[in-house]
Ligand binder design. Structure first.
Ligand code: DQA
Length: 144
């Protein structure tokens, strides 16, 4: 494995200023830098989109290239069956998708308690701020 895709869904481009009491003050660029510092020779390809179709296209790219994925689906977590199906086709092909969340959705509003993605993900890490991403990378590097 020479690359990890780190895919981020809607509103995560606003990290740093978006509800800092919930998501912390680290920006997505800080997240990228933290991952690069831990990844050694493995390339960190971090992307963000507010568009569901784009996110699904990136998952198709992941399965074609057999690239493991760290995925923060953001609000799509809670209702996007299209995203769930895309994750299922990646993990079904034996390529890891680790679902991550900065916050702990289970400690928040009721609608956040449901993830339609978790059931087809390789694993889920939530509630550790930007460290959720670090732990996910650790899981991928240790299992490669
Ligand atoms: C989130 C949690 C989601 O409920 C929310 O919609 C997000 C961010 C998190 O990282 O904690 O946008 O995925």
């Amino acid at each position: 494995m020479d690359r990890v895709l780190v895919l981020n869904g809607p509103n995560l481009n606003r990290l740093g200023t978006r509800e800092p009491e919930v998501y912390g003050t680290a920006t997505l660029e800080d997240v990228r830098a933290g991952l690069v510092a831990r990844a050694g020779d493995v390339e960190i390809d971090l992307r963000q989109t507010n568009d569901e179709a784009t996110l699904i296209g990136w998952l198709h790219e992941a399965v074609d290239a057999r690239t493991p994925v760290i995925l923060n689906p953001a609000a799509f977590t809670h209702y996007s069956y299209a995203l769930r199906d895309a994750v299922a086709l990646v993990t079904g092909a034996g390529v890891a998708v680790i679902e991550v969340h900065l916050s702990n959705p289970h400690a928040r509003e009721q609608f956040r308690h449901t993830s339609v993605v978790s059931g087809v993900s390789t694993g889920v890490i939530a509630g550790f701020g930007e460290k959720s991403y670090h732990l996910a990378l650790d899981a991928i590097l240790r299992s490669s």
